[in-house]
Design a binder for this molecule. Structure first.
Ligand code: SF4
Ligand code: SF4
Ligand code: SF4
Length: 328
């Protein structure tokens, strides 16, 4: 019996999600035993035309990482959608927009001007920026259109499942592959990770105070961390209350607060908004029952990068999605 065909593809990605597959170590052999990898541009020399020539639904599952930043990525994920029975958005960038999604604070023109003209290390006296069509003596060269707005995979094509994390951890990857091979999957659209929030599984929650009051917001570098204490109790913003569990508390175990790469739990619509609201409810001045608006503003001014703190992985899926183009 022929083995199920599997594809891996990367869009706007750092390559870490591809590394996560390699990090499966000897389990990679179990995968290659069980499936036929028919497309994996980062590792194997298949061509786009090989995929285009396949029958619709011929691929059992395509794992697609990275956000959608340009025309080529959009074209290929649409082809993979047609050729695949299942599409899994693999990792935070594909699931939520991730780090590339933070570029939604700017537009294409600003990004090109900065990257190709203004950076101190750039030597570009002709002010050349990439264009989609270039005529050269040998013929025409084309580049894909760079989009103004970064979108997630689910905002671009129909996605069957989401595998969260930056990158997804090996145990969740193996669980997902096993569930797909055994056809033992939850309802379409599910995130393949536990429903609980990170605080429910965090070792620091054991001694967590019933009522937390933050008198001063601090960065992790400004405290001597007490590993037995919740980060919020120490004034450090930790997105555990609004983030899905399943990562094995990777950052917490490395004495760093959670930044939300697993995305929101089911109940949370907008991670950043929910976390800002949670922080607002526990901010307080010592000895004062009600904290005034000015005092809250002063306390919050310690958050020097609010979008990077509250929407680090989720800006394109937030209610904001991007900064308005007329407000730079
Ligand atoms: S989810 Fe993280 S590891 Fe994966 S491509 Fe995005 S930034 Fe890289
Ligand atoms: S806020 Fe962070 S440190 Fe505190 S219990 Fe939740 S996950 Fe743990
Ligand atoms: S602790 Fe938070 S940011 Fe770190 S891996 Fe887990 S979900 Fe991602």
């Amino acid at each position: 019996m022929p083995k199920p065909k599997v594809a891996f593809y990367w869009c706007a990605s750092c390559g870490g999600c591809e590394e996560a597959i390699i990090d499966l170590n000897e389990d990679t052999l179990k995968i290659t035993d069980a499936v036929d990898i028919v497309f994996w541009p980062v590792a194997l020399d298949f061509k786009y035309k090989d995929v285009e020539a396949m029958r619709n639904n011929e691929i059992a599952v395509s794992f697609i990482n990275g956000a959608i930043r340009n025309e080529e990525q959009e074209k290929i994920v649409n082809i993979l959608r047609k050729k695949s029975k299942l599409v899994v958005a693999f990792g935070s960038c594909s699931h939520l927009g991730g780090i590339p999604g933070l570029a939604n604070l700017w537009d294409k023109e600003t990004i090109f001007n900065t990257v190709y003209k203004k950076l101190p290390s750039v030597d570009n006296t002709n002010n050349t920026v990439p264009t989609t069509l270039n005529k050269v003596p040998e013929g025409e060269l084309t580049l894909p259109e760079f989009y103004n707005t970064v979108r997630t995979l689910g905002q671009t094509i129909d996605v069957d499942y989401y595998l969260p994390g930056c990158p997804p951890p090996p145990d969740l990857i193996m669980d997902a592959i096993t569930a797909i091979l055994e056809e033992n999957l939850p309802v379409k659209g599910s995130v393949l990770a536990p429903e609980k929030c990170l605080c429910d599984t965090c070792p620091r929650a054991e001694n967590k105070l019933e009522k937390i009051v933050i008198k001063e917001i601090k960065r992790i570098s400004e405290i001597i961390d007490d590993p037995d204490k919740c980060f919020l109790e120490q004034g450090v913003i930790c997105l555990g209350p609004v983030t899905r569990s399943g990562c094995g508390e990777r950052c917490i175990n490395a004495n760093m607060p959670c930044r939300g790469c697993f995305g929101p739990t089911k109940e949370v619509m907008d991670m950043g908004g929910k976390m800002i609201s949670a922080i607002a409810s526990i901010l307080g001045i010592e000895g004062e029952e009600n904290t005034s608006e000015e005092e809250v503003e002063k306390l919050m001014s310690k958050v020097i990068d609010p979008v990077g703190t509250f929407y680090r992985f989720s800006l394109p899926t937030s209610l904001l999605m991007r900064k308005r183009k007329d407000k730079h």
